[in-house]
Design a protein around this ligand. Structure first.
Ligand code: BMA
Length: 354
């Protein structure tokens, strides 16, 4: 990780020059990529369409000085839309803030970060809290988050709330090193289930794990995707898995190392009974950095999602962090994502991506 950061640093100045040109070229009004012929000869459109008012939240919308606001968890709370966003303050320390909206597009952020009850055990691990995923489970909203020390050792914390005002702490649910954790919204075969992505060196493997009580976790099984060039470096779970009759729909991020890392979004369908089993995979990415706010920022060429909301009519609102700097929104249809997975490939499940 540190090594990659150094490599990124070395190349950042050359990349800035290289990126400037495409940004100017792509500084257009249209947010819908036109229909094009795909590799298989069929004419189609990208599966997610950007909201024309993007980005929907930037540091300028916040009533206090901060560096960035991005990577929100998302959930419907009664008739409100809730984001729990990652905010980097003026020291670049990360806190979680609740933002609410009546329509899913215009959000008002709480200037005070989420306050968790003090805990001497948690304190050293929580120099930074980030990348929350919200899961509605047994009438409570559970929020997993990355808990990271000053020295960047990271593990997964868990909190829960009924009202997005008071938050209870739960015990850490992983040891270091782990990121990208989402709870499933219901028990599977009588056990709570989660996805997370432990990482050691360059090896990043997503696991499904089970628990009788949300405290003790085990029976971990890896999820093996069919390798694709666009996520050759690593991939990790995005928002909370979405239950559909055809399987758990999982949006994920995939990383390719060009001059810097490039973060894109993909989609996969997991077996309802055994989510370690992939039943369909869309081979192409469903969102790639194209717009200036996705290409330029704290991390260039990055779209990263850990929050999505499905509407009753089947529309999916995918909230995503753009360039680790601001929050944007893209919408699509759950049915179309499922179809893309089913028509894609069924992974052989024989190898990891390394
Ligand atoms: C990942 C996470 C995300 C971040 C992304 C791009 O490893 O840390 O929070 O958005 O990198 O920098």
């Amino acid at each position: 990780m540190n090594c990659n950061r150094k490599i990124q640093g070395l190349f950042s100045s050359c990349t800035a020059m290289y990126l400037w040109l495409p940004c100017v070229v792509e500084d257009r009004k249209s947010i819908c990529v036109p229909k094009r012929e795909g590799k298989d000869g069929t004419v189609r459109q990208e599966l997610l369409t950007r909201y024309s008012g993007n980005p929907i939240l930037t540091s300028k919308d916040l009533p206090f000085l901060c560096n960035a606001v991005y990577n929100p968890g998302a959930v419907k709370f009664g008739d409100k839309y809730v984001l729990v966003a990652r905010v980097e303050d003026g020291q670049r320390d990360n806190r979680l803030h609740v933002a609410m909206s009546d329509d899913g597009y215009h959000f008002t952020i709480n200037p005070k970060p989420i306050q968790l009850p003090p805990s001497a055990e948690h304190e050293p691990w929580e120099k930074h809290l980030y990348d929350p995923r919200i899961t509605y489970l047994e009438k409570r909203y559970y929020i997993t988050y990355c808990a990271q020390t000053f020295g960047e050792t990271v593990r997964i914390g868990l909190m829960r709330t009924k009202d997005f005002e008071q938050f209870d702490r739960m015990p850490f649910i992983t040891q270091p090193w782990s990121r990208n954790c989402a709870l499933f919204p219901e028990k599977i075969s009588g056990l709570y289930a989660r996805l997370d992505r432990p990482m050691s060196g360059r090896e990043a493997i997503t696991f499904v794990s089970y628990s009788p009580d949300l405290i003790y976790w085990g029976q971990s099984k890896p999820i093996v995707l069919e390798p694709q060039t666009w996520f050759r470096e690593k991939w990790g779970p995005g928002p909370t898995p979405i239950k559909t009759p055809e399987g758990w729909l999982l949006i994920f991020h995939g990383v390719w190392l060009a001059c810097n890392y490039v973060y894109r979004l993909g989609v996969v369908l997991l077996d309802l009974e055994d989510p370690a089993k992939v039943v369909g995979q869309c081979p192409e990415f469903i969102l790639t950095p194209r717009e200036p706010y996705e290409r330029v920022g704290e991390t260039m060429n990055c779209v990263f999602s850990n929050g999505a909301i499905v509407e009753p009519d089947g529309e999916i609102k995918v909230y995503y962090g753009a360039a680790d700097t601001c929050i944007a929104l893209a919408t699509g249809q759950v049915e179309a994502l499922i179809e893309a997975c089913q028509k894609g490939i069924v992974p052989k499940g024989q190898h990891y991506i390394f």
